[in-house]
Design a protein. Structure first.
Length: 281
């Protein structure tokens, strides 16, 4: 099994799942030969696929007119533009259900330890995707943007970070943690992977905010300037672009430190964190 570089970050979350699994296995069993990935990470592949199903559903729903009202995603018209709001909603619902069906059925077998790990993964992904995570963060985003039928909220620095920790960071954290869990990591290692992913998730959102200001549609494959136009709370709006870049760099430094302390530097977790901070799309 070879490591496939994720194209333009479009598969960041499942890549994190497999990279976390790989880092754990490398520390435990030693590095595999060449650029091969250990077959031991195969147990984490269903979780990686389920996470991508959930992320894709969230993008479909996020693009709807009632949410961000985007017409472009990954360089193509968004699903509701092509097929209408109803089909887009159903497609997202179907992907969400398919993700948990996959988690419940794969990896197949009667191994009690693997079954226990699967339950931990189901809980982690469910919490990350639900009201304590992504959905809750999106609700705060709607409130902050004056799109909810309640009084608008004004977010300070702590509020902005808390919103993004749920809206974006929760699923990124779950992605990495699930790879560690499925490969049988101990509690300390899972906690270290989680700390690493907290900063990766925050850095990803900070750079996303910056790219909405500085990026171009051709590179990003999605609309730009929408956050400012909608007066949404973002890191550049609160701190300015340059200070936001410094904050993203701080996230990278902390993520690297966690990996070094946990002896998880062999593999791709460090490279992924660096890409998150230096990416252009």
């Amino acid at each position: 099994m070879r490591y496939s570089v994720f194209a333009g970050g479009k598969r960041l979350r499942p890549t994190l799942t497999l990279a976390a699994a790989d880092a754990v296995v490398r520390r435990r069993d030693g590095p595999p030969s060449g650029d091969e990935l250990s077959p031991a990470i195969g147990v984490a592949i269903p979780a990686a696929c389920a996470i991508e199903l959930i992320h894709t559903y969230s993008l479909i729903h996020d693009d709807l007119p009632a949410m961000d009202n985007d017409t472009l995603r990954r360089g193509r018209p968004t699903l509701h533009v092509l097929y209408g709001d109803g089909i887009a909603i159903l497609a997202g619902d179907g992907l969400h259900a398919a993700a948990f069906t996959l988690l419940a059925t794969e990896p197949a077998g009667d191994d009690a330890e693997v079954a226990a790990r699967k339950l931990r993964v189901v809980r982690a992904i469910g919490e990350a995707a639900g009201p304590r995570g992504m959905v809750g963060g999106q609700a705060i985003d709607l409130q902050a943007g004056g799109q909810a039928p309640t009084h608008p909220v004004t977010l300070d620095a702590n509020g902005l970070r808390a919103m993004h920790a749920r809206k974006t960071g929760a699923l990124i954290r779950a992605s990495a943690v699930c790879g560690a869990v499925m490969t049988g990591s101990d509690a300390d290692t899972v906690a270290a992977i989680d700390r690493y992913a907290v900063d990766v998730g925050l850095a990803f959102q900070i750079i996303d905010d910056i790219l909405d200001v500085e990026g171009d549609v051709a590179s990003l494959g999605k609309s730009t300037g929408k956050d400012a136009a909608a007066a949404k709370p973002t890191y550049p709006a609160l701190y300015g672009v340059e200070r936001s870049r410094v904050l993203a760099g701080d996230c990278l430094a902390r993520a690297r430190e966690v990996l070094a302390d946990a002896r998880l530097t062999d593999g791709w977790l460090g490279a992924i964190a660096e890409w998150v901070v230096t990416r252009k799309n």
